[in-house]
Design a protein around this ligand. Sequence first.
Ligand SMILES: N[C@@H](CCC(=O)N[C@@H](CS)C(=O)NCC(=O)O)C(=O)O
Length: 211
Amino acid sequence: MKLYDSQGAPNPRRVRMFMAEKGISCENQQFNIVKGENLDPAFLAKSPRGMLPALELDDGTVIDETIAICRYFEETQPEPPLMGTDPKSKAIITSRERQMEFDGLLSAADAFRNSFPGFAKRGLGGSVGSVEAIPALAERGKAMVSRFYENLDKQLANSTYVAGDEFSIADITALCSIDFAQGAARVPMPESCKNLRRWYDAVSARPSAKA
Ligand SMILES: N[C@@H](CCC(=O)N[C@@H](CS)C(=O)NCC(=O)O)C(=O)O
């Protein structure tokens, strides 16, 4: 197995953290996205969208999409469960995980992607070709990240973790989204979000967060 990876990018980190929680390791190839290494023809021949992460299985199958790669690991190595164990917990974790991705990660991506000078002509990622960045999307992305922090803070008043009392993939996506939002997208968590801060410190202290 081989993971096509990019240190510093949030989606590959979601997979690395998921693997670390399960104690899974494999061969790793790093790509510098800013330099466009993910658009190299050799990688596009394996994964035509040119997005990271991607996982190549020993039979040559290439799986892209973070959630699909995590699903593969969840099925092949169920312990510890990170995507639920029964119909109800599976549904709730899926729901919360998608909210973390759509409301948090995609908002931060809009903020970063449309303001970082190196992506001025790469407003969309992967092999779509040249697409101009739209500065207004960066502003809207920042506003949506702030809204995401406030909503998550309210939800964490009533639960230890993002999807309830158990750590799950929803926490992984939330942490990777927030670190990306605070770093690359430069939207800090407000001091007033005390529940969010309590959760953030606890999840950041897990060994897998260093992945
Ligand atoms: N929906 C995909 C999104 C993957 C994605 O956006 N990956 C970014 C890195 S975080 C990427 O590969 N960008 C390539 C580029 O900007 O050209 C997933 O969940 O894996």
